[in-house]
Design a protein around this ligand. Structure first.
Ligand code: NAD
Length: 670
């Protein structure tokens, strides 16, 4: 297909004539069938809602087809309307547009739906089992058409995948404002998501799925490498080597699939269990796992050999993680580091596969007998925790990986609570990301080269190394390790060949680093050193963008971790300081109703105006969270915000006075 033909198809939007039906492709990784909990009148409503996108003359034929989809898959995806052309990142100018800012957004949306990138591409799901870009193909087609025709004097409003329309605005406003899954709080349970998503009125945007900021597994490889390295340092001290140490976890899916790759970069032996044969095959074919083992005894022998020889090897175990924990405990194998990355934010609809049931049995049972399936999940979590407890008694450092493992295990009645009601184990944010990264402003800054040319990415890597090396010279001791880890990462990034999809890169940087990097890229776009504009953004899993009491804000101890003012303030502040698009979501990562998270995207087009906006926006985007973390009395954040106030005229943040605990404790002594 020529570029002109592609452009014409995008500009056409929803075709006036019905395209031929699309056969269900069994070679593609499809979303599991969703629970059927709509009443007959709600099913009628779901059909009426879906047919709103089409003219009346098509209703009769589409109504029957959509009813079948609802029955067979639990959702109406409108498969027939999936385009024939390849959906993927392309050069920014290959997308039809009246605004390059908008063309960049089209590139980012296309990357999120690329079959090589997305987890369930035909169901428009990028990662995490339910992280949707759109609810159905009509929304995709209509959105792309709006984007192709809009100007810098309009803003596109996105309601959970549904393009509400183009509204007049102004050049400095965001071009797109995205909300995903925003619910009235009392209607935000897991079952509410199933019901309202099936009706077609809301979606689970995860974090970077529904905000068009996913960059494939690279984003998560970097975060996971930092986590494993620092988990090792927590146990063995700053200088410790992970050589010959064993890391056990589960999941080789969207994000979890990064674990074996990160473990190799960190230099540890890893065993990752995965029940889905397709997922394990994908990671093996990518070379992200070195070996696949299906038999528990062979696994034990292989681990013993790897420990003895201090190999750096990644082993995928095709089976249930519960079996692995139990078997290794029975055999007395010492696990140094342990975690879990099943999708427990989505426990009843395919996120967690219980021990004792095969993968196929589980897939059938979760929709045909959801109540019993729920019981099996709970029983399995109780077993899993019992086995993990045996390991931690032998010295394993176990941490929750932000997948709601501790939360769901406690709800299942597992032995996971201490007498004071706190969890037995910490989350990776409590121990690692929070105190070492977020409190100092370090978070997952990322960029995408809109030329789609690897040479541009290489140029940006070189610029990044130069900028970080310069900043490191004046870094305070508290952040030198972070800087060093990231310089090391970016030096190796090209060699590690982490790009899947768009020409993207990630590293952790603080406010000063993010601003310096973005400004340097903007100058390079202006001078032509980089051939086309660059998108900057971040994962929502960051300093300021996310309020999530069991993950991003789990190291906030002043009682405010159940509030979400920070995330809401963040997106409002980003939008009037110059971001190109903004998003705010309910539900990413740890579950519907458990988190509010937001993000932004910004196009660096090489102009002076963008230079001014990037400074203002990135400064707020990081320091909002530092101010909040400092008010919560987090030591690193208090240090960072004071330093920032010295550097930034006009910044005056309310800082806490610390009270001597004795003064309070003596009031309650008797
Ligand atoms: N990697 C990170 O840095 C990070 C950060 C925060 C949160 N998380 C969380 O991690 C979870 C996983 O994310 P994902 O994108 O990989 O999801 P995913 O659904 O793509 O992958 C999870 C995988 O776990 C497998 N699985 C489920 N139950 C299993 C079991 N009992 N034994 C073995 N395998 C099992 C599934 O088959 C699936 O492939 C999510 O809840 C996510 O929010 C990850």
């Amino acid at each position: 297909m020529t570029t002109t033909e592609f452009k014409n198809l995008i500009s056409r939007g929803i075709p006036a004539e019905l395209p031929p039906p699309k056969p269900y492709d069994p070679a593609i990784n499809h979303a599991p069938k969703r629970k059927d909990l709509l009443t007959p009148s709600e099913k009628r409503l779901a059909l009426r809602n879906a047919l709103r996108y089409f003219p009346a003359e098509l209703h009769r034929i589409l109504a029957g087809e959509f009813a079948e989809e609802l029955r067979d898959y639990g959702r109406i995806y409108m498969y027939r309307f999936r385009p024939e052309y390849e959906i993927k990142a392309r050069h920014i100018d290959d997308f039809p547009h009246n605004s390059r800012k908008v063309a960049a957004i089209m590139l980012m949306i296309s990357n999120n739906l690329d079959v090589a990138v997305a987890q369930h591409p035909h169901e428009l799901i990028t990662y995490g089992g339910n992280g949707a870009v759109f609810q159905n193909w009509a929304q995709y087609l209509l959105t792309m058409r709006y984007l192709s025709e809009m100007t810098d004097d309009q803003t596109l409003v996105m309601y959970s995948g549904h393009p509400a329309g183009l509204f007049p605005s102004h050049r400095d406003a965001p071009r797109v404002v995205v909300t995903n899954g925003m619910m009235i709080p009392n209607y935000s349970s897991q079952d509410d998501w199933e019901r309202f998503n099936a009706m077609g009125v809301t979606q689970y945007g995860q974090m970077t799925a529904g905000s068009y900021m996913y960059i494939g597994p690279q984003g998560i490889v970097h975060g996971t490498t930092i986590t494993i390295l620092n988990a090792g340092r927590i146990r063995g001290g700053k200088e410790c080597s992970l050589r010959g140490k064993l890391f056990v976890s589960s999941g080789l899916g969207g994000m979890s699939g990064a674990q074996p790759k990160a473990a190799k970069i960190a230099g540890v032996i890893s065993v990752i269990a995965e029940v889905n044969p397709k997922a394990i095959r994908t990671r093996y074919s990518q070379g992200w796992i070195d070996e696949v083992i299906e038999n528990p005894d062979s696994l034990v022998n292989r681990i013993r050999k790897a420990i003895e020889k201090k190999e750096v090897v990644s082993i995928g175990y095709q089976g249930n993680i519960v079996e692995v924990w139990e078997k290794l405990a029975d055999e007395g194998i010492k696990v140094d580091l342990g975690s879990d990355q099943t999708s427990l934010h989505n426990p009843w609809a395919g996120g967690y596969y219980p021990a004792g049931l095969s993968f196929d049995e589980s897939n059938r049972m979760m929709s045909s007998d959801p109540e019993n399936f729920k019981k099996c999940v709970k029983k399995s979590l109780v077993r899993q925790v019992a086995a993990i407890n045996r390991h931690t008694a032998m010295g394993t450092y176990f941490f929750d990986y932000g997948n709601a493992f501790l939360l769901e295990a406690s709800r299942a009645g597992a032995d996971i609570l201490k007498p004071d009601g706190e969890f037995r184990y910490h989350s990776y944010v409590q121990d690692i990301m929070g105190p070492l990264c977020f409190d100092y402003g370090f978070g997952p800054f990322r960029w995408v080269c809109c030329s789609n040319d690897p040479a541009d990415l290489e140029t940006t890597d070189k610029i990044a190394i130069r900028v970080l090396n310069r900043l490191m010279k004046s870094s305070p001791d508290q952040v030198k390790q972070q800087m060093a880890d990231n310089i090391q990462w970016i030096k190796e990034a090209g060699k590690n060949r982490l790009v899947v999809g768009s020409q993207a890169r990630i590293l952790y940087a603080d406010a000063e680093g993010r601003i310096a990097l973005a400004a340097a890229f903007n100058r390079a776009v202006f001078s032509g050193k980089i051939k086309a504009p660059v998108v900057i953004g971040r994962d929502h899993h960051d300093v300021s963008g996310t309020d999530s009491p069991y993950r991003e804000t789990s190291n906030i101890y002043d009682g405010s971790r159940f509030t979400s003012d920070m995330a809401v303030q963040n997106v409002i502040g980003d939008s009037f300081r110059g971001s190109t698009w903004v998003s705010i979501h309910n539900g990413g990562g740890v579950g519907w109703g458990e988190v509010i998270n937001g993000g932004f995207g910004m196009l660096l087009d090489g102009t002076r105006d963008t230079g001014r906006k990037l400074e203002m926006m990135l400064h707020w985007d990081v320091n909002n969270g530092i101010a909040r973390r400092s008010w919560a009395r987090n030591e690193g954040a208090m240090f960072t915000i004071k330093r920032e106030m010295e550097r930034t005229p006009g910044l005056k943040v309310t800082v806490p006075n610390l009270v001597d605990d004795e003064i309070i404790n003596c009031l309650f002594e008797s």
